[in-house]
Structure formats: structure tokens, C-alpha cells
Ligand binder design. Structure first.
Ligand code: KG4
Ligand code: ZN
Length: 351
């Protein structure tokens, strides 16, 4: 099944065509375009919602056209469409959803609304011609989603069947990276820059707090850590590259430590042996290394998408959409009713 996916929930306008094999569950990427607005928002130090919506309007049609062209296909050769309908910025989501609805209407093909978080998790099923076929995680499995907007653990029972086990009480992990980067004058987004500097620093240089470490629940909190780094920088700003690297390494150690600790706890509590990690922060080298070590020690299997598929893209939305479309085709009434839900909820586990 060939599906064109559209993603516009935040600051990337993305379109992609994937071909999903229903037997293996893998989705081959035929094209994957991401028009990033990072340069536009960088001057403000973060995403400005109204500016994002306007940029999506300008970019979405050419991005979709380019995705089809790169895949060498016409609309007639597609089996359907998928679009992120939440969670995200309402104005930004609207651009993608209304464009997708118009396409589905005009072509008579089915359209599947996709939860952005479930989309991130589907990135493990993606592959392209430059990589070996990825291993497919069996269900049920645990998922750690770490992005700029979310930090959460899910029990995943199937496509679109997620149960939230815990999430952040305040900042998301990626948000903490971006805020710390801002106060270090690194610009937005800062995750990859801090990650690169951390590799050359001493993680023991500063003892930053690990929030909620001893608690049995699976909640996260990163705002105290961000404040601790801010206080430290205010008192004693880094004087050279090495001191900056040490600060980044110590901050990263605190983030990674908590993420890995709660993930291990969740695997144990849920009796699960397979872990999927996704979202922009899953690109983090320190986190990837620490999770690989934990998987060795605890004996669980780790699945992490390619770095390029960890951050926002439309291939993951197309892959999740194709999986849902292969389960059942939404009716015309459902197409008409498809709407934006900026706070799209996921069922929470009873505690
Ligand atoms: O998943 P994503 O593209 O967008 C959201 O859905 O939020 O994630 C973007 C976030 C940003 O906060 C960015 O700083 C962070 O992912 N990020 C990283 C790395 N690469 C991107 N954080 C830590 N280490 C990285 N290597
Ligand atoms: Zn995302």
C-alpha cells in the first residue's frame, strides 16, 4: 500500500510517500521531504505559532508536489493519504489537515488521521534503499518518546493502540535541551549541539539534580534541572570550550540518567522485553549509548530509528497511516468529520 503522508504539527512542513508491506509491517520510503522552518524561528529563540502557520501555507503544496515527483508517482497511483491531526499547534495542524482533506476529496482516496506521537513510534518501521531491513518489534512493547514537545512512556499494543504510563510534569526533554542551549547562547534548536559538545566533556564536572529518581511512578520533570543549570551559568559562566563541554556533559548525564532509569523501571513493571525509542531526542548519542548498555545488562531488545527519522518527518506519519488504513478504511463520513485536535489524548494507564 502506497500512502502519501503530511506533517505540519510544529515547525516542519513535511510530505513523504511510503510503501508498506502488510506482512512484515515495514514501510519503504519512496520520498521524504522536510521543509524546515528552523531558520525562520531561530531569530525568536523558539517556534512562533502564527509565523509557523503562515510558513506551512506557503510551503505545503510545493512540498507535496516534490514528494510525489521524487517517488515517481501520480496521485492516481496512491492508495491513500495520512495526516497528523494532533497533538500540536492548532493553526499549523489545520494547514496539513485541510490540505489532506482537499486531496482526499478531489481524488476519492481514503484519508487517515494520525496521532503525531504514534507517528513518531512508527519510525522504527521505516527503511530506505541505503540501509538494511530494520528489525520489527513485536507487540506488546514499551516505547519511550522523547521530543521537543513530549517525554512519555507508553505500553504499545498495536498500531494506534497506546496506553500512556507516565509523562513529564513540566518541560519535555528536548525542551530542556533547547532552553539550556538558549541560556548558553547556542540558538534554537540546541539538542544536537549540546550532544556534540557533551561527547568532549566530563559528565562528573557538575552534580546536577535528577528529578523524581526514587519514586516508583513513571513521571518525569526537567524544569528543576534547567533551573540548576541556569543558576550555575549565572554564578560561573563557562570560560572556555572545555568548561562549556563539561557543563553540557553534566547536563546531558542528568537527562539521560533519568530517562534510562524510568525506562528500565517501566520495562520491569510491565513485564516487557522490547523497547522502542523515538522522537527528536532519540537522536542523542549519549542516550543511545546508555540505552544500548542497559539493554545488554537487562536483556531487553532495543529498537531506535535512524537519526534522520527520529526528528519530525512525514514518512513516519505515512507509515502509521498506512498501517491503520490496512486495518480498516475510514468512511466518507469519517473523512468529512476529520478535524484538528491540538491536545489529542492517549489513554492513560490506571494506577
Ligand atoms: O521530534 P522533534 O523533531 O519535534 C517534536 O515533535 O518536538 O524533536 C525536536 C527536539 C528539539 O528539542 C531538539 O533540540 C531535540 O529534539 N534534538 C536533540 C538532538 N537532536 C534533536 N536533543 C538531544 N540530542 C540530540 N542529538
Ligand atoms: Zn515530533
Amino acid at each position: 500500500m502506497r500512502v502519501l503522508g503530511i506533517e505540519s504539527s510544529c515547525d516542519e512542513t513535511a510530505a513523504s510517500v511510503v510503501e508498506r508491506d502488510p506482512d512484515s509491517g515495514r514501510a519503504r520510503i519512496l520520498s521524504n521531504l522536510v521543509a524546515s522552518q528552523v531558520a525562520i524561528h531561530a531569530q525568536y529563540g523558539g517556534v512562533v505559532p502564527e509565523v509557523a502557520s503562515r510558513a506551512h501555507i506557503e510551503t505545503i503544496v510545493p512540498t507535496i508536489e516534490a514528494a510525489l515527483k521524487q517517488a515517481g508517482l501520480t496521485f492516481a497511483e496512491l492508495d491513500g493519504f495520512a495526516v497528523t491531526h494532533g497533538p500540536g499547534l492548532v493553526g499549523a495542524l489545520l494547514v496539513g489537515v485541510e490540505t489532506a482533506r482537499a486531496l482526499a476529496y478531489a481524488t476519492g482516496k481514503p484519508l487517515q488521521g494520525v496521532n503525531h506521537l504514534a507517528g513518531h513510534l512508527a519510525a522504527v518501521h521505516l527503511y530506505d534503499d541505503t540501509m538494511p531491513l530494520p528489525a520489527v518489534p513485536p507487540w506488546p512493547h514499551l516505547a519511550l518518546l522523547v521530543s521537543g514537545g513530549h517525554t512519555a512512556l507508553f505500553r504499545v499494543q498495536g498500531h494506534g493502540d497506546l496506553i500512556a504510563l507516565g509523562s513529564t510534569r513540566d518541560d519535555a526533554a528536548g525542551e530542556a535541551y533547547d532552553k539550556v542551549g538558549k541560556l548558553l547562547g547556542m540558538g534554537y534548536p540546541a539538542g544536537a549541539k549540546i550532544d556534540a559538545l557533551a561527547a568532549r566533556g566530563d559528565p562528573l564536572a557538575h552534580a546536577f539534580p535528577r528529578a523524581l529518581p526514587g519514586r516508583e511512578d513513571l513521571e518525569f520533570s526537567f524544569s528543576g534541572l534547567k533551573t540548576a543549570v541556569a543558576t550555575r551559568v549565572e554564578k560561573a559562566p563557562p570560560q572556555n570550550e572545555q568548561e562549556l563541554a563539561d557543563l553540557c556533559a553534566s547536563f546531558q548525564a542528568a537527562v539521560v540518567d533519568v530517562l534510562v532509569r524510568k525506562t528500565r523501571k517501566a520495562l520491569q513493571q510491565q513485564g516487557l522485553r522490547h523497547l522502542v525509542v523515538a522522537g527528536g531526542v532519540a537522536a542523542n548519542q549519549g542516550l543511545r549509548k546508555a540505552l544500548a548498555a542497559a539493554s545488554e545488562a537487562d536483556g531487553f531488545t532495543l529498537y531506535i530509528p535512524r537519526v534522520a527519522y527520529c526528528t519530525d518527518n512525514a514518512a513516519m506519519i505515512a507509515a502509521e497511516g498506512a498501517a491503520l488504513l490496512q486495518k480498516s478504511t475510514p468512511s466518507r463520513a469519517e473523512l468529512l468529520a476529520l478535524t484538528v485536535d491540538p491536545g489529542l489524548p492517549i489513554a492513560r494507564a490506571r494506577t
